[in-house]
Design a protein around this ligand. Structure first.
Ligand SMILES: [Zn+2]
Length: 336
């Protein structure tokens, strides 16, 4: 449970794994355009998860948030984890006053983006919006919320006390590929463009301000969890996002960026695919392929178009590892 159990150098030794969710100083809202705000969440899970395993760091898992003052009401991007609800709602109030939060957009189905849904709806009455495929993903992985056996929520709940007195609330308002929200002051487009980070990704796009909230289609840093991703299609979604020509891109994890992050993220996935594909021969086993992992890592790190997204070291083989990323690509190539 603590970093002392792991091999290799320790990081953030002054904190226990549970500290960060309650650290309200993590992230000060940035007004990225008039009435448009970005709040960066901590990235400790991603940085330490590779050393202690996600089980040790999962209490610090959280996502970035954004919100948009539409004029008379507010749209919030992702509900984060329940431990973040109070800090999030007070950050919204501090920036836009008492305007009602009328909409919450779930950029995709992952827990760090949706597990706060119920608590936020209880406090605000907001509609929870996502695309149709996101709800299908919830049905696939969050089985208990739909009357089935325990799913991901129940797994995470064994490690996160903040899930104890709430439960998953699925979206209450579902759209297809495109939904436009027209406020008095601002217009927002929600766009879904196929299977990328998950089958149900939404980007939040402000065409006038040229600001994009990318969800986890974009991670600014070596923070890509690909276990639900489609590694051939993800770069195409990123190309679609580049064509919109944003000037500011707010990722799901890591610092806000400019449009270059879309290019480097796409470059990383293309290089990763190429590295795996060049090694895949008839009958190659995953073990044989993973025997090359340090060569693959070195090649990716040497590619300036990809380097910033490459996990520098893996102490275990959890979801946050180059091994997991290589395995995902391998399975998608050999299952063709
Ligand atoms: Zn995600």
């Amino acid at each position: 449970m603590t970093s002392s159990m792991s091999e290799g150098p320790q990081v953030l030794q002054s904190k226990s794994p549970g500290d960060e969710p309650n650290d309200h100083s993590v992230g000060i809202p940035q007004e990225v355009a008039p009435g448009v705000f970005f709040l960066k969440g901590g990235t400790r899970y991603f940085e330490e998860g590779t050393k202690t395993g996600p089980a040790g760091a999962v209490r610090s898992l959280m996502c970035n948030n954004g919100w948009i003052d539409l004029g008379d009401e507010v749209l919030l991007i992702d509900s984060n984890m329940p431990s973040r609800t109070d800090a999030l709602l007070s950050a919204v109030r501090d920036t836009v006053g008492e305007k009602p939060i009328k909409y919450v957009v779930n950029t995709h189905h992952h827990g760090d983006h949706v597990y706060g849904n119920r608590r936020i709806r209880e406090r605000t009455g907001a509609a929870i919006i996502a695309c149709r495929e996101m709800v299908d993903e919830l049905r696939r992985f969050e089985t208990a919320a739909f009357g089935g056996p325990p799913g991901r929520w129940e797994q995470v709940a064994t490690l996160r006390p903040d899930l104890a007195d709430t439960s998953l609330l699925p979206p209450t308002l579902v759209y297809g590929d495109r939904l436009e929200l027209i406020g008095r002051d601002r217009r927002v487009e929600l766009l879904h463009h196929g299977w990328g980070h998950t089958r149900g990704d939404t980007i939040v796009w402000l065409p006038a301000e040229r600001v994009m909230f990318a969800g986890d289609l974009v991670a600014n840093g070596p923070y890509n969890i690909v276990r639900d991703g489609e590694m051939r299609e993800w770069p195409k979604f990123l190309a679609f996002m580049e064509e919109l020509r944003p000037s500011i891109v707010c990722p799901g994890h890591g610092e806000r960026a400019g449009p270059e992050i879309l290019t480097s993220q796409r470059g990383f996935f293309l290089s990763l695919w190429a590295q795996v594909e060049s090694r895949v021969r008839d009958g190659i086993t995953l073990d044989t392929l993973l025997g090359d992992i340090e060569m693959i890592r070195a090649a990716l790190l040497a590619d300036p178009a990809a380097a910033e997204h490459v996990i520098p070291h893996d102490a275990d083989l959890a979801v946050m590892s180059l091994n997991a990323q290589v395995e995902r690509v391998f399975r998608q190539i050999v299952q063709e």
